[in-house]
Ligand binder design. Structure first.
Ligand SMILES: Nc1ncnc2c1ncn2[C@@H]1O[C@H](COP(=O)(O)OP(=O)(O)OP(=O)(O)O)[C@@H](O)[C@H]1O
Ligand SMILES: [Mg+2]
Length: 235
């Protein structure tokens, strides 16, 4: 199995707040992992280190089997990773939803026509076709989250890294994201506090605690079941 992410001996601090010291983590092709942990445990920091958006003070980060140190090396890896930021406002910067989704494909050298086709397919997948010409900054927070996932999928990435993709979403939109993830055919690492959602979409979970990865029972009952089944049991 190909190792997609390998982190060894990593250290990172924000000024004087140490988040990681001698930290290890790996993620293999074919895995769908939930990353959980209390507020402030370092989940978003870890994802940003993986993406090269923060720089470690020590240690190694390998992505797709290659060590990544320089911005150029991280940029090459980033093009293959669909990343959803915890705050969708960090991700969406074009005037319209369609422009935001086209940005990645155009940046990767697709023609206008190819990019438009990808945009239309992605919007349809997320049930957002009617949003194509909407002004992005005027969307609700939940709508922005869905568009942010769209920008990640439009890159046709090799894997997804998702930081709380379901916050602000109503149950129907959560269900849509769950079904998009289950059907996307990609490995993913997803941070979420919503255990029922995680139960549905991941094959295992790990917990970030005191700067270390500790294993985590998969979820409420340890088995992947549809939310509908869970809801009827809880009723
Ligand atoms: N830009 C920053 N400057 C200083 N400290 C920061 C910064 N960003 C995060 N931190 C601190 O680093 C630690 C880890 O934060 P991080 O955002 O990675 O946690 P998290 O697990 O994603 O939390 P949440 O579940 O609330 O999203 C926290 O103590 C936080 O206060
Ligand atoms: Mg976070």
């Amino acid at each position: 199995m190909e190792t997609l992410i390998s982190i060894a001996n990593l250290s990172f601090a924000y000024d004087k707040i140490e988040v990681f010291h001698d930290f290890f983590f790996s993620f293999e092709a074919g895995q769908r992992i939930g990353l959980v942990g209390s507020n402030g445990s370092g989940k978003s920091t870890l994802l940003q280190l993986i993406m090269g958006l923060l720089k470690p003070s020590a240690g190694e980060i390998e992505l797709f089997g290659q060590a990544r140190r320089t911005e150029k090396e991280f940029r090459e890896a980033r093009l293959q990773i669909g990343f959803v930021f915890q705050d969708a406002n960090d991700q969406l910067f074009c005037p319209t939803v369609g422009d935001d989704l086209a940005f990645g494909p155009l940046n990767m050298g697709k023609t206008d026509q190819e990019a438009e086709q990808i945009v239309d397919e992605t919007l349809a997948l997320l049930n957002l076709t009617a949003f194509k010409d909407r002004v992005t900054y005027g969307l609700s927070d939940g709508e922005k989250k869905l568009v942010a996932l769209g920008t990640a999928l439009a890159m046709k990435p090799k894997m997804l890294i998702l930081d709380e993709p379901t916050t602000c979403l109503d149950p129907e939109a959560c269900q849509r994201i769950a079904s998009v993830l289950l059907n996307c055919g990609l490995p993913y690492l997803v941070v979420a506090h919503d255990r029922a959602f995680l139960d549905q979409v991941v094959t295992s979970s790990v917990r970030l605690k005191d700067g270390r990865i500790v294993s985590e029972p998969k979820g409420l009952a340890g088995l992947a079941r549809p939310l509908s089944a869970l809801a009827s049991e809880l009723a």
